[in-house]
Design a protein around this ligand. Structure first.
Ligand code: NAG
Ligand code: NAG
Ligand code: NAG
Ligand code: NAG
Ligand code: NAG
Length: 658
């Protein structure tokens, strides 16, 4: 019973370190070029006699850059081989790190020079659309567009914010003499997870914020970082800085599209919020919200962290013993035996769809186990991309969560293999989070009872109705509570960047967003001298792990899942035998074709064109999530009515503007 938490799919996987997508930057119509340029740059397309000459010159620039990229890939390959050398003395952590930094520095120099050179190319005069697209994608950059000194500073600031999250810097009880200071993640989060005392949650909540904002460090770090993001935007000719933050989404006012999704799933969120508020009052009576209906921030954090905790405090809808989810851990160990076997099973999932068969060479040469101490606490498998090869370093742990995660990793591997056929510059996902969204579908499918039965881990391909609802509830807490938080963190950053939130009003503006989109309030009266953003906000400052990307991966992931499930016939709306939440599209060549067709395109087309292949839609939508959680929505509405719980909350002014 204790392992039932392993049922929870890791929905948002940071495990994907997909090569950051480079965007279609056609839309920045108003954009003056990065550097002094020929006035022809923005000339309308027309047959020109210069065309051939321009194309040739451009091809030459790209050819040179590709050669340089090959050297970088070569370096990455060497590091991979050294890291995983059998028998011989492997690289030390320090050597590996300096190798990585060298790769990063070389990549920066290449991308920076290339963008400068390409911004002189008169894009509109290029006849070949693929060439045009390559130039557009490579001529604009985010942080890498900064001059060396600024770029170094940006990386320094990101190291500082990373330290806010992972540095051992906090003394929650004012006493660090025994165990030393703690890191917010994972130490304090793990400590809180076990804490039944509201006071303890409060102490952690306040002391972390106090520590990182000593002498306004957190706030000033953030301000400096935003300044650099704005500079990067000016180089792209973006008058609105967020155009550069959303560069690869290439959409006017992309934030509005994200917000529309948040409102679309809001009715479901409000029911879940109301039910959780009721449960919370039972468990943390001191966190009482004085009837305004919002949930106190430390408690909301706790709800989110608890979804991974085996001894969760908050009850699932059907909490009697017989309705608990069956434990799969022991069977999993019996059936899958070793991590290698899990990897093979995950690879087989994609082969069953008609995607690449992993070759013997791959298993032999390019699939390597991490050393036990390399993985760290998170122990995330890693995919390496150095054409013509792709490689895998996998976490040696054997459990249910890893089993699902490796399906995501294999998806990333497949993606890398397919996009290899695109030229340098288009061999990326079409926008950040796109690859993670595809991976999400495999993760969701691999965690269904139907798939577990196929693997002989469960005996029955469906759960009882009560168990099924419990499973949806736990996944719902995981997904539905997280999505508005990604949005709030992203919106706050973007609104500051674009000047819609002024420096004097940071904190109250933040609490306003929490109130409006999540029904979360500070644990006590705050003001604009405080700076209360949470640790996930700081994580999301890095474009590689941005909240935008996570939001998109989650939402688009459910849209893709729905599409693959419809295509495979494993989701039949209205048929209780084939609900979306138990859909395993294993073996479906139809789903496989959609997946493959998307992967093959790399970023040679706009992400909307690519998503349309799978979904027939060109916009983000909450439909996948709403259909997936439909039974939970129905149950919550009835249950809340029974308990006479009124969903929703009123704004209480808990932040004082001075
Ligand atoms: C992106 O590039 C494609 C292909 O060149 C072009 O058709 C499309 O208009 C561009 N998308 C946007 C939104 O500018
Ligand atoms: C950019 O142009 C300069 C001058 O022509 C050249 O030396 C350099 O190699 C080019 N770099 C890239 C990455 O295109
Ligand atoms: C992969 O292998 C299976 C059986 O081993 C075979 O039927 C299938 O055609 C292969 N797929 C590809 C893409 O090579
Ligand atoms: C599988 O579960 C369903 C739903 O709980 C149940 O009706 C059915 O009898 C079970 N089948 C087996 C073989 O246990
Ligand atoms: C507009 C123009 O001058 N077009 C000429 C370009 O060159 C070709 C031959 O290379 C001519 O046929 C076009 O008339």
């Amino acid at each position: 019973m204790r392992i039932f938490w392993l049922w929870l799919p890791l929905l948002v996987l940071v495990l994907l370190t997909m090569v950051a997508g480079e965007g279609n930057s056609t839309q920045s119509t108003s954009a003056p070029p990065r550097s002094t340029t020929t006035p022809t740059t923005r000339a309308p397309t027309r047959a020109s006699n210069h065309t051939a000459g321009y194309e040739q010159a451009t091809q030459q620039i790209l050819k040179k850059a590709t050669d340089r990229m090959h050297l970088i890939w070569h370096m990455k390959r060497r590091i991979f081989l050294q890291l995983t050398a059998k028998g011989k003395s492997p690289l030390t952590g320090g050597q590996a790190l300096s190798g990585k930094m060298e790769v990063e520095a070389d990549t920066y120099r290449l991308m920076y020079d290339l963008a400068a050179n390409l911004s002189r190319v008169p894009v509109a005069l290029l006849g070949d659309p693929l060439l045009r697209r390559r130039v557009q994608r490579l001529a604009k950059l985010q942080l890498q567009g900064l001059k060396p000194k600024d770029y170094e500073q940006a990386k320094d600031l990101l190291r500082t914010t990373h330290n806010f999250v992972s540095g051992q810097i906090v003394c929650p009880q004012e006493d660090c003499s025994v165990r030393g200071p703690l890191a917010m993640y994972p130490q304090i989060v793990n400590k809180n997870m076990r804490s039944k005392l509201y006071e303890e949650l409060l102490v952690s909540w306040f002391s972390w914020r106090k520590t990182i904002n000593e002498k306004e460090l957190a706030k000033s770090t953030f301000i400096d970082y935003v300044r650099l993001l704005r500079i990067a935007a000016t180089y792209n000719g973006h008058v609105t800085p967020s155009r550069t933050w959303y560069l690869y989404y290439d959409t006017e006012n992309f934030q509005a599209e994200l917000e529309a999704v948040v409102w679309e799933i809001m009715p479901l969120y409000r029911e879940l919020h109301a039910y959780l508020r009721h449960e919370v009052q039972v468990f943390y009576p001191k966190a009482d919200t004085k009837s305004d209906g919002a949930i106190s921030a430390p408690v909301m954090d706790q709800i989110l962290s608890q979804d991974w905790y085996p001894h969760q405090f908050f009850r699932t809808p059907h909490h009697s013993r017989q309705h608990q989810l069956p434990s799969v851990h022991r069977r999993l160990e019996e059936v899958l035996v070793t991590p290698v076997k899990i990897n093979r099973k995950a690879a087989e999932f994609f082969e069953s769809l008609g995607l690449n068969n992993q070759s013997a060479t791959f298993w032999d040469r390019w699939s390597r186990r991490m050393n036990d101490d390399d993985g760290g606490l998170e122990c995330k498998s890693q995919v390496y991309y150095f054409p013509p090869d792709v490689a895998l370093r996998y976490c040696p742990k054997l459990d249910y969560k890893k089993m699902m995660q490796i399906h995501g990793t294999m998806s990333e591997l497949q993606y890398n293999i397919y996009k290899l056929s695109q030229p340098f510059g288009l061999d990326t996902e079409p926008c950040p989070g796109f690859g993670a969204a595809i991976a999400e579908t495999a993760i969701l499918a691999s965690g269904t009872p139907r798939h577990l039965e196929r693997l002989h881990i469960l005996l029955n391909k469906s759960l009882s109705e009560e168990q099924s609802l419990n499973r949806l509830f736990r996944m719902g807490v995981h997904t539905l509570i997280a999505v508005p938080q990604y949005f709030i963190n992203d919106k706050f950053l973007v609104d500051v960047m674009d000047g819609r939130i002024g420096v004097k009003d940071y904190n109250c503006a933040y609490w306003n967003l929490q109130d409006k989109f999540a029904g979360v309030q500070p644990p006590k009266q705050r003001n604009n001298k405080d700076f209360d953003l949470d640790f996930k906000f700081y994580r999301g400052l890095n474009p590689e792990t941005s909240n935008t990307k996570k939001f998109l991966a989650e939402i688009l992931g459910f849209q893709f899942y729905r599409s693959f499930c419809l295509a495979s016939g494993q989701y039949r709306p209205g048929d209780p035998e084939y609900p979306l939440h138990n859909c395993d599209f294993y073996g479906s060549k139809e789903a496989g074709k959609k997946m493959r067709d998307m992967m093959k395109l790399g970023s040679s087309r706009h992400w909307r064109d690519v998503m349309e292949i799978a979904t027939g839609e060109r916009k983000l939508s909450g439909r996948g999530i709403l259909e997936y959680f439909a039974p939970l929505f129905t149950w919550l509405k009835e249950r809340n009515k029974q308990l006479e719980i009124e969903p929703g909350w009123d704004a209480d002014e808990l932040c004082r503007r001075d």
